[in-house]
Design a protein. Sequence first.
Length: 368
Amino acid sequence: MFLITTRNFPPDVGGMQFLMFGIAKNLVRHGPVQVFADDFKNSNDFDNSLDFGVNRIKGIKFLAKYRKVSQIQNFVSSKNNPRAIISDHWKSIEKLPLNFCNKHKILCLIHGKEINHPIGSPIHTRMINSLNKSFKIIANSNFTKNLAIEKKIASNKIEVINPGIDLNHSINESDLKNAKKIIKNNTPIIVTIARLEQRKSIDKVLLSIKNLKSKYESLKYIILGDGDEYKNLNKIVSNLKLNDTVDFIQDASQGLKNAILKSSNIFVMPSVQKGRSVEGFGLVFLEAAKYGVPSIGGIKGGAADIIKNGETGFLCDGEQQSEIYNALLKMLDGDKYIEMGKSAEIYSKEFSWENQIKKIINLINERK
């Protein structure tokens, strides 16, 4: 029996939701799984379709976290002795009693931003006290592991296990047709799928696209996502006279995102660090790779775990527009993106859920 406690779970959407669902779905091959998740509207039909149990914690968020602790303790005391308790966030185990945690193997995931607090601040102290209850701490990248050590998190407990990926390539035919309508006869196709924030450096990508237009007249840049920077980025597109070159799609389904990604030539997201906000991993780089699409990512963050610089893509300083431009130019020159895409697809297989779950099981099997 494996127990998962998480604040983020489908049918809610997002990277964390995808991650926790992937862990639960693939752990089932190794034993029964029970998930304790925050409530989400219209989740009954979704939960009933799964081959593992889901307890939804209802009520006001402040009270729900105490209710979740009580339900977990009651579940375990009813002769359900889990091999491990896997947590999505240090806050998900914060209220679990220390004596309870000492009796069980707690594996807590860390991702980047949520541990990036000033040392000695009240929230940093809370974080350290919570993570100290863990048997192991799973960092999503080497970048996140190094950040955790910098933040005085117990280094002897930290193991790097990157998020896994479903290697299934199948895409609905209607989504492929819709993607083709958007792409038309344009080439090359460059894509960004992201929450539109300053740290994604999309403004500098747009400047690079402007410079590339003279050489690649049929170039198309598709930006899928929404966020605080949406209006600003639209304004930049207008000022650069790129309205016919750049398409914004705010509310694309996951199927359409996958179809556009599969039909593209280059994925670009050269993220930088802004305050506490960091790109701890960047699962979308893996999604691109499995479709044979090379990526351009930022040197600051977890992209280096996914992108082999110069082989499956390029790492660049997202603060420097010239580096983004040069990376795009290198990929486009002689259609180098084709060979890099093939390498990316091969490399993506190392991140299969089967491989990553085996690493988690090996951690669980270690002596406490």
